[in-house]
Ligand binder design. Structure first.
Ligand SMILES: Nc1ncnc2c1ncn2[C@@H]1O[C@H](COP(=O)(O)OS(=O)(=O)O)[C@@H](OP(=O)(O)O)[C@H]1O
Length: 372
């Protein structure tokens, strides 16, 4: 009898160990299992809603990345073998494997069953170069409902052929309700960018930080000379062969013809999807501009007066705290450089040159930026 009882106890202990091991495995793979389930549901949804036949086995999903430009062509010619998938959902196993995402912050979120996922941006700061785009993005990052890629991604100009899967993985993970953003100022002047952005999402919100084109050109030139000292003087580059003719082929001057680029964007997006931020006012009164941006993005007005202070050494507004730390934060040395002296006659000529283009830009945007 005693022998039989021992036999049962041993079996029970063994069974309990087995159950505990199973529970442990399930707990650890909790998110992975959910991820796989969601993936199956998502794929099923694509199958139901799309007229593209996906031949891939669910466990060996092989999505060939094809630029969206070729989409129409593919649908009509070779629909069974190649699919254009713009992923709106992240496989959690990728988050699991990314060291950035196993930070304590994400561990806590996971424990609360809040699973961050990477999304394509729904709002972009598309320009303009040297307009104040970094300042705007750094200010916006204070908002708890905004998550932004920290560096310029250059997807719609340089990396488009890498596909949307690549692009999405440059974005930070977000929780439901959080907005994904990115800033690359060269998008504004990239001929293909409007069509490509529209293709990604015709509802994308577009923010353009603009600044007096003459000061912008000098700022651009200052940046170039900081990297390549010894370049010809600004005045020598701005006018053809020492004449009074403006050298419109020179990129720092060409970028300032804002109306030309905006006209191209307006072929793809309605004006209501743009917000034009004054680069000058972003320095003089950042609260006004940041409030406009929060309203435009449909966000609560969280960033306000108390978040800014004027740093007299830097000569610019700085933040009382950054996204990551509670200490006051100014932009780096490359933002807010002192500009070289430019001959006032050259400045006057450039102002005359830009005047009609500025007027056209005011007309298009229905805003008067008062650049003289
Ligand atoms: N708060 C604050 N701090 C520092 N700088 C500020 C700020 N707000 C706007 N600016 C202006 O931003 C200009 C740089 O613009 P961008 O960030 O768009 O430049 S870039 O295109 O990303 O290189 C930069 O141009 P420069 O003054 O010529 O350096 C600044 O004038």
């Amino acid at each position: 009898m005693e022998l039989r009882r021992n036999w049962w106890t041993k079996r029970l202990v063994l069974f309990a160990c087995l159950v505990l091991t199973l529970l442990w495995i399930m707990f650890n793979d909790h998110f992975y299992i959910i991820g796989r389930l969601t993936q199956k549901i998502e794929l099923h949804r694509i199958r139901l809603t799309s007229n593209i036949h996906i031949t891939n086995n669910i466990d060996q999903i092989r999505v060939e990345e094809i630029p969206l430009d070729n989409y129409a062509h593919l649908v009509f010619t070779n629909a069974t073998t190649k699919v254009q998938v713009v992923p709106l959902w992240t496989n959690n196993s990728i988050i699991r494997d990314n060291p950035m995402d196993v930070s304590p912050k994400y561990k806590i979120l996971r424990q609360q069953d809040l699973i961050p996922a990477r999304q394509l941006p729904s709002a972009l700061i598309i320009g303009v170069k040297k307009g104040g785009t970094r300042a705007l993005l750094e200010f916006l990052r204070l908002h708890p409902d905004i998550r932004a890629a920290s560096s310029e991604v250059h997807f719609f100009d340089h990396h488009y052929l890498k596909g949307f899967h690549w692009y999405r993985h440059r974005m930070p993970p977000t929780l439901e309700g959080q907005l994904t953003m990115e800033k690359t100022p060269s998008y504004f002047v990239t001929p293909e960018a409007p069509r490509r952005v529209q293709h990604m999402n015709p509802g994308t919100k577009l923010i353009v930080v603009v600044r007096d084109p003459v000061t912008r050109a000098v700022s651009d030139y200052t940046q170039v000379t900081s990297k390549h000292p010894g370049l010809p003087k600004f005045e020598n580059r701005a006018f053809i062969n020492g004449s009074q003719v403006v050298n419109t082929n020179w990129t720092p001057l060409r970028i300032g013809v804002y109306s030309r680029y905006l006209e191209r964007w307006l072929e793809y997006f309605p004006l209501s999807q743009f917000l034009f931020v004054s680069g000058e006012r972003l320095i003089a009164d950042p609260v006004i501009e940041i409030t406009r941006v929060q309203d435009f993005l449909g966000l609560k007005r969280v960033i306000m007066e108390k978040h800014f202070y004027f740093n007299s050494t830097k000569g610019f507004p700085c933040l009382m705290k950054s996204e990551k730390s509670a200490v006051p934060h100014c932009l780096g040395k490359s933002k807010g450089r002192s500009h070289p002296f430019i001959d006032p006659t050259a400045i006057r000529r450039l102002r005359d040159f830009y005047r009609p283009f500025n007027q056209r830009f005011y007309q298009l945007t229905r805003m008067n930026f008062s650049w003289s």
